[in-house]
Design a protein around this ligand. Sequence first.
Ligand code: PGA
Length: 254
Amino acid sequence: MKYLIGKKQNIELFVEKNYEAMSQKAAALLVDSLANKLQEKQFVTFMPSAGGTPERLYQILGEKYKTFVDWSRVIVLQMDEYVDLPAFDKNSYTWFLHKKLVKPLSIQKAFFIGEYAQGRVQQYDEIIRNLGGIDIILHGIGENGHLGFNEPESDYDSTTRIVALAPETIHANARFFSNMETVPTRGITLGLRTIMQAGENILIASGVKKLPALTRALFASVSVNLPASILQNHPHVKVIADEDAVDIKLLKAK
Ligand code: PGA
């Protein structure tokens, strides 16, 4: 089911039955956006998120859409990465994106933000500028409403930088690590300003754990306290969520 929400009806919200249906819908919408962009320009810049939510979506890209998009013309830009974790660590987002997306789809050009953490942070934004900006970002949403590693209270004007991870983020990420001591506490992330400059922002969410953050992101006032709410001010947003992540009653009352 599709709903148009936001002050300027600028957010297309798709509510799907479950995680599988959400992943299928998001994959279909994403490849449409990529293919449309590739009709206008030679290369499309795509910023995928890492994390549990997009896993199935990336699998579907390989299963159904390997030839639908000319992936050799897709340039991948990583959104965020842990600092203090080697790129080849199996819990790094670099490893994840390489294994789930870049390799299976034979993507030829990818920029990994983690490589810029040591004294070259601003170069990452320069690369984005030189590529003409980001066409499409695929976001997950944190339980605390973060986008990338833009945690609550992040500056709207922020650009790429190193941040301290919020306790909720460290706690949520702990499921991937063998013990609490090894969970990274710092990250490098694209900033909110750069997110707002992207051509299109697509956000996916699944499960009841995401319901409070997604509800506030879509329906509460825009606030630095919940970074994802800033997307209400972006002109071109698609949100694909499963029923567990959406407050259907509130949505219907709007
Ligand atoms: P998840 O992470 O997909 O693993 O839930 C999303 C996020 O924290 O942005």
